[in-house]
Design a protein around this ligand. Structure first.
Ligand code: BGC
Length: 839
């Protein structure tokens, strides 16, 4: 592709002077790049990613579809599903004329404390890489660029912009670079994002070893590398290291400094030309160079029936049944006591840059009531958050339009109205189109509290605030201080007070930011702010537990929904524990003690501890299920859709009982000392106690016999996806330059559906190499959807890329002898067949 287009691009580059070229290499705004009409370059538009296309505003922007989070999508273990996701996200992008989607995230689930794991697929590199490739294919087939992120060794958030991830070369190659390598090889992504952190003492944005030697050299990749937002730490070293584009803009460390570096001879102008050429290649690929592309005009709206069906299905099929004594699926006619704050306020997405502004979010209470009607009672549970949150849609209404939400007015110093609109959420980012200095910005929310009582009121965001609830509260000129630029946006500080308010009270909040104005460069992201208004937290835990138990005792089945919130699952912050926050464990126990049968739904994107596991009858992991979350949970509970998920991450039995744990750098360094033995690999190697549930575990709604497991010689060819099975498996596609001629082994097994429903089984193939020090690893998988009583023969190939070992002395790949044991399993806790390799 490059060679055909390169001469033209080179000619275009040659028409620009140094300043013009350098100007293109830093963003024009938060999410756009500078156009250059002289060469036919249009404005390129970028958007987060990865599971919803938020658009050009950081928050409070356009209403778009909210997809299930990456861990839910990945739990389907299905490349077909991931291709569909890529295609749908491309549609979401095209609907807003966005050229580049900042996803997928393919960092690995190293320590489960990582705050951003919900955005990434798995702890396994093969699963992550194959799913990422499918996502990229689905997206780029529509002419929208994907952006793999974050290159590389960016598995946690603590000290995220300065931490030095110390990773030996073998671990880097065999584990953390592998998903990138697989995605590059199988889907040719058009862009990649360099991470915030350093890797072995060198900033990821200056990593010549990774970007030049490996990516462009060994992998022959010709795409564009952009920095993570504000991650670039230098001018010439980053440009020479292979970084093409600094984001965001217009400020940044390149600009004049890069021009000076070229003029002083520190950097060859040819390096700048290379960056511009790659930028033009990206533009050409997405239709932003030359003839303007046409954008389809008839794409499904975020609240269309089409999206409802797609998002419900995608969420439900990724939900995972961990345990089930037969209570699931629930029968129609069953009376259900639905309990828990997450039942009422279901968490559908994680926090940070992955957030979008969805048209609605269906709670589990709404979803289950829609299916079971009067058969459901809903009881609130214990508090689940430590910090106040913005008013939820529905709790407040816009007094001017009467719609759920708030009214936002933004005024300039001269009284000019800059923005005046309805907001669906009580949190927004103020972003101005023009750069303005020394302006006083005043933002006013008005909201009507629908249900009175003891109410918590306050503000969210840095600045001088005035909070007024006429007749009830007047707190003039509060100063709410923040911790730093990014954190002020991602985790803004709050101030609250509690007041008694009657139904329908009108609340007005005003913020005045004095002096200094909005600094250029911040104008697009602006600052996050919000109105806090919610029923005051319930302190009397015993009373809450008693109410829950009473409701549970009165129904056939109790369904308790527990989980995490954006306080734990967010960008910029890591977790301290896998314990459920608040008194949720006590809530489960109280309900289980009172109920006839108890089902726990875990509404969290990543593993939580379940100390009550033996006291309940079934556990369904719902993940962060997106805007149709409540409908999807209801469909899964009732079996209208099979929750056919398999875990993408191993769940440990206790805090610390995992092969990699601490995410706190010591003297700025985070040492990846467990090597390639993260997750199930490390548990299997004895680096941690046996887990509660292994990667790959998931019961679905049927039972299976596996018979006739055998090795079969491969007849050649690539990409076998599993015999008579459906999509979702991995084949043994060759890996150029590394393993050619070494494939050749597949395994077949017959899976017999012995249950009473059609179901999807996922056959996973693991290899425990004979070579010492080599952990067990997933070598491939294949799936089959089989009717009750029927059977299918499934074939899985060993992916040759997992046979390689990086020889540190020779600085090259080596092949491990194909000796040891092959395991056919549904997670290593449920091995169905073992095959000895002759060695
Ligand atoms: C995140 C990226 C994201 C970018 C733009 C950064 O803070 O790490 O994943 O794409 O912001 O919002």
């Amino acid at each position: 592709m490059t060679s055909a287009t390169a001469p033209d691009l080179d000619r275009l580059v040659a028409t620009l002077d140094l300043e013009a070229k350098v100007r293109l290499l830093t963003g024009a705004t938060m999410f756009t790049l500078s156009p250059e009409p002289r060469i036919g370059l249009a404005e390129l538009r970028l958007s987060d990613g990865p599971t919803g296309v938020r658009g050009l505003k950081f928050s409070g922007g356009r209403v778009v579809s909210l997809f299930p989070s990456a861990t839910v999508l990945a739990s389907a273990w299905d490349e077909g599903v991931m291709e569909e996701v890529g295609r749908l996200l491309a549609e979401e992008a095209m609907a807003q004329q966005v050229h580049v989607v900042l996803g997928p995230t393919i960092n690995l689930h190293r320590s489960l404390l990582g705050g951003r794991l919900f955005e990434a697929f798995s702890e396994d590199p093969l699963l992550s890489g194959r799913l990422a490739a499918a996502y990229v294919r689905g997206m780029q087939e529509q002419g929208v660029a994907a952006c793999l992120k974050h290159l590389v060794a960016n598995e946690s958030e603590t000290e995220r912009t300065t931490v030095d991830s110390v990773v030996d070369e073998a671990t880097l190659r065999e584990l953390y670079l592998l998903p990138f390598e697989i995605a590059v090889e199988e889907s040719h992504p058009w862009s990649i994002m360099a991470a915030y952190n350093d890797v072995n003492g060198v900033p990821a944005t200056e990593q010549a070893h990774v970007m030049q030697d490996v990516l462009r050299g060994e992998w022959s990749w010709d795409g564009l590398v952009m920095s993570d937002w504000s991650a670039t730490k230098s001018a010439a070293p980053a440009a020479a290291g292979g970084l093409d584009l600094v984001m965001p803009g217009p400020m940044g460390p390149w600009g004049q400094a890069l021009v000076d570096a070229v003029r002083s001879g520190e950097l060859a102008e040819g390096v700048v030309d290379e960056h511009v050429r790659r930028l033009l290649l990206l533009a050409e690929r997405v239709g932003a160079l030359g003839e303007p592309r046409s954008w389809p005009g008839d794409l499904p709206a975020p609240d269309s029936d089409e999206r409802r069906e797609q998002l419900t299905r995608l969420a439900a099929q990724g939900m995972t049944v961990l345990t089930n004594d037969g209570v699931l699926p629930l029968e129609r006619g069953t009376t259900v006591a639905l309990v828990g704050r997450h039942a009422l306020e279901t968490i559908d997405m994680g926090g940070g840059s992955a957030q979008v502004n969805p048209p609605y979010q269906v709670s589990v209470a709404e979803g289950l009531t829609a299916l079971l009607g009067d058969g459901v009672t809903v009881t609130d549970g214990v508090e689940v958050r430590a910090k106040p949150v913005p008013a939820r849609p529905g709790y407040v209404t816009d007094p001017e339009t009467g719609e759920p939400g708030v009214h936002l007015s933004l005024l300039g110093a001269d009284g000019r109205v800059l923005e005046d609109r309805h907001g669906v959420v009580a949190r927004t980012a103020v972003g101005l189109d023009d750069e303005v200095d020394d302006v006083i910005v005043r933002v006013r929310f008005r909201a009507r509290v629908q249900t009175g009582g003891r109410v918590e009121l306050g503000v969210l965001g840095v600045g001088d605030w005035r909070v007024e609830a006429p007749g009830h509260l007047a707190e003039p000129a509060l100063r709410v201080s923040g911790a730093g630029h990014a954190e002020e946006i991602l985790a803004p500080p709050a101030h609250t007070s509690q007041v008694e308010l009657p139904d329908g009270a009108v609340v007005e909040a005003t913020v005045t930011l004095l002096g200094g104005g909005v600094r250029p460069g911040e104008t697009e992201m602006g600052f996050a702010l919000g109105l806090l208004a919610r029923p005051a937290p319930r302190d009397d835990v015993q009373q809450v537990l008693a109410e829950a138990a009473e409701a549970a005792a009165a129904a056939d089945v109790a369904v308790v929904v527990v989980g995490l919130t954006e306080e734990e699952e967010t960008e910029a912050v890591d977790k301290a524990t896998l314990r459920l926050p608040g008194e949720q464990d006590a809530l489960v126990r109280a309900v289980a003690a009172a109920a006839r049968r108890t089902v726990v739904v875990v509404n969290a994107g990543t593993p939580v501890l379940m100390p009550w596991l033996d006291e309940v009858d079934a556990v369904l992991v719902a993940g962060l299920p997106g805007q149709e979350g409540g409908h999807a949970v209801a469909a899964a509970l009732l079996g209208e859709q099979e929750p056919a998920g398999r875990l993408v991450t191993t769940i440990p039995v206790a805090d610390g009982a995992a092969p990699a744990w601490s995410v706190t750098p010591v003297d700025g360094k985070l040492v990846y000392e467990e090597g390639t033995a993260i997750g199930y690999r490390g548990h299997d190697a004895g680096l941690a106690p046996p887990p509660a549930f292994w990667l790959g575990h998931g019961l679905g709604y049927s039972t299976w016999d596996w018979t006739g497991a055998r090795l079969v010689p491969e007849t050649g060819g690539a990409g076998d996806s599993g015999g008579t099975g459906d999509s979702g498996g991995t084949g043994g596609s060759g890996s150029p330059g590394s393993t050619a001629g070494t494939a050749g082994v597949s395994v077949e097994v017959t899976v017999h559906n012995t249950g009473s429903r059609s179901s999807r089984e996922v056959v996973q193939l693991y290899w425990r190499p004979a070579a010492s020090g080599q952990p067990v690893r997933l070598m491939g998988w294949a799936a089959a959807t089989v009717a009750a009583g029927e059977q299918a023969t499934v074939r899985v190939s060993l992916d040759p890329r997992l046979r390689r070992r990086w020889d540190v002395d020779q600085d090259r790949w080596d092949l491990l002898p194909l000796a040891g044991e092959l395991l056919l399993a549904r997670g290593l806790g449920d091995v169905r067949a073992r095959l000895e390799l002759p060695g």
